[in-house]
Structure formats: C-alpha cells, structure tokens
Design a protein around this ligand. Structure first.
Ligand SMILES: Nc1ncnc2c1ncn2[C@@H]1O[C@H](COP(=O)(O)OP(=O)(O)OP(=O)(O)O)[C@@H](O)[C@H]1O
Length: 318
C-alpha cells in the first residue's frame, strides 16, 4: 500500500465570516506530484499556509510523517516553498539571490554552486548570472524563484502557481522540472490553473471550491467521480432498432444525432460494458468512436454543479 506522507483530517480555517477551508480531508503520498485546483478564492493558499505552518487550523488535524516521526506542519528544513507572494531581491544579481537562499538553507558553497549551475542550464539562464534580478522578464524571475525553492534538496516541495507568468515553452520546462524533482524522490504539491499541464504530470489531484473538496484522486478516479466523462458515438449501417433502444438503455443517457448515429454518455466502466453488450441488439455497428472529457471540461462541470448545489442548500436554509 502507498504510504501517506501528509494527512489532513477535517481541517477548517475561517477568516471573519469567510470559511476559507471547510472540513477538508485528503492525503498526499510520498513521492507523488499532487495538484491543488480550484477557482480564485477556493481556499488553496489558505490550505498551503496551514501545511507549512504559517497559520494553524481552527479545527481538524494536519499530520506530516517524515522518517518515522510525526509533525503538525512541514518542518522548515525539509520544505521547499514557492510562496504566492514571491520574495526575491530585485537589486541583487541572480547568483547573489540563489547563493543567499542556498546559504539560508544550510547548503555548502560548493554544493550550491553545483546545483545552481545545473538548474540555470536547465532553465536556459546560463550567462545571465550577474544581471540584477529585476532586469529579467517576469517569466525568468519566476524560474529563478523556482530554483531557490529546491536548491537544498527538500523532501517536500510546495509550489503556489509555478506556471504563472510563463509562456508555453517555459511551462513545458516546469513540467520537466517537476518530473525531475519526483525522480529525485521529492514529494511535490502544487496549485495551478493550467489544466493541460496538470493533466500531464500530476499523479493525483484535488479540486476545491468554497473550501471544500469537489473532486479528489487520480485522473481516472476523477473521471469516474464526475460521471458522464466518457462518450461513445456509434453509427449503424441502416436504421437502428428504436424499440430495442428504449427497452435496453434504461438508466444510460443517450441521444440520437442522426437516424443511424447514437451518442451514449457513460458514468463508469460498468456502464461502458453494459452499453457495449447492448449495441449489437440495436443493429449492425458500422463505426464506433469514444471521447473522454479532459480535465478542463471536468473542472468546469464539477464547479458548476458544486455552485448549484451550494445555492440550493443556501435557499433551503432560508
Ligand atoms: N488573511 C486573510 N484574511 C481574510 N480573508 C482571507 C485571508 N486569506 C484568505 N482569505 C479569504 O479566504 C478565501 C480563500 O482564499 P485563498 O487565498 O486561500 O484562495 P485560493 O484558492 O488560493 O485563491 P487564488 O487562486 O486566487 O490564489 C477567500 O475568500 C479569501 O478572500
């Protein structure tokens, strides 16, 4: 069984009348890349601030397991953190910034130099070491900030929106950067709005809205949770048997595109197998294609239905 490194149990955090995090439970496994998703104000940064010990939960429990010991927040020397409010020194050069943060984390000069050279090369920043940071583009500053977060080879890396401000090519570089951290055995938690990137590299994820978990798990687990994430389009040679259609597709959603083309929306693998067994009873299948919702579509669907649900609950409370 995979080992949970971070366990959050029924954690809540309230600011004035805002429930930023509401009875939230989830776990992050050692060595995985875990993504926090959700609209602005969903509670992602509030959650992260509790994980790193900047604030305490009002209720519930955060438990971090490291080398057989348990902590209520991630110990600073085991943590690599890219905060929401970036904090580098604009007047100082890239090298001064990087060496400063390496020293702050107790990395030897020699080791720091080795790591810095390696990552500057990976992020195409070699040759710019002696430029003041503020003269770099926003994207390049972001890359320097990412490097400062991991120079000391932390066990847990938390990156608040690592893709923000980066062009598509540099976003791909960050995906490779994350894959490399994982390969080195680090556990990575990141928040992001770039669904295509998350879909590519996150092992598991949690979609938050109004401080609650709306979807949670691997991409395939999320597909099953959301329902209707898989569509089959089936064309029949000749007309299909309408009577058999009504009889057999009891609780499975379908629509007819043309007289001989059927579109079936499926919630899970059981429904997929059921539908595949029914199709030959409807006629001679000529062509079949399938499409799955991507993360972006699932995100929109889940948030929409969570908002509606919240509104219904609010009006029934009145
Ligand atoms: N220090 C604070 N004081 C008051 N309200 C706060 C504070 N921090 C967060 N909030 C509120 O808590 C809610 C959650 O905010 P949070 O920053 O955690 O969301 P987020 O998911 O990180 O959003 P974003 O994607 O915009 O960064 C919001 O309504 C926000 O206004």
């Amino acid at each position: 069984m995979t080992q949970a490194m971070i366990r959050v149990e029924e954690v809540s955090k309230q600011y004035a009348s805002t429930k930023a995090v509401n009875q939230l439970s989830f776990a992050v496994n050692k060595g995985e890349i875990f993504a926090l998703l959700g609209p602005n104000g969903a509670g992602k940064s509030s959650l992260v601030r509790m994980l790193v010990g900047f604030t305490k939960p009002d209720s519930g429990k955060v438990s971090i397991q490291l080398d057989g010991s348990y902590f209520s927040e991630i110990p600073a020397n085991k943590l690599g953190y890219l905060p929401e409010d970036r904090g580098l020194y604009g007047e100082k050069t890239l090298l001064q910034n990087l060496h400063y943060f390496a020293a702050l984390h107790g990395v030897s000069k020699q080791q720091a130099k080795q790591n810095i050279d390696y990552w500057l090369k990976r992020f195409d920043l070699l040759g710019r070491e002696n430029e003041p940071l503020k003269s770099l583009s926003k994207g390049n500053q972001q890359k320097v900030q990412l490097i400062t977060a991991i120079l000391h080879s932390p066990e847990i890396v938390i990156l608040d929106e690592p893709f923000s401000g980066l062009d598509p090519i540099n976003q791909e570089k960050v995906v490779l950067f994350l894959a490399e951290l994982k390969q080195q055995g680090m556990t990575v938690i990141l928040s992001a709005h770039q669904m295509a990137m998350v879909e590519k590299m996150a092992d598991r994820m949690m979609l938050m809205n109004k401080g609650e978990a709306v979807l949670y798990g691997s991409l395939s687990a999320i597909r099953e949770q959301i329902g209707g994430a898989l569509e089959l389009e089936v064309s029949f040679s000749g007309e299909l048997n309408a009577e058999a259609l009504q009889t057999h597709f009891g609780d499975i959603n379908y629509r007819l595109n043309k007289a001989n083309t059927l579109v079936v929306t499926l919630n899970d693998k059981a429904q997929l197998n059921e539908a595949l067994a029914i199709l030959p009873k409807l006629g001679q299948v000529e062509h079949l294609s399938s499409r799955t919702m991507d993360l972006h579509q699932m995100y929109l669907k889940a948030i929409e239905s969570h908002q509606k649900h919240a509104l219904t609950e609010e009006s029934s409370d009145e």
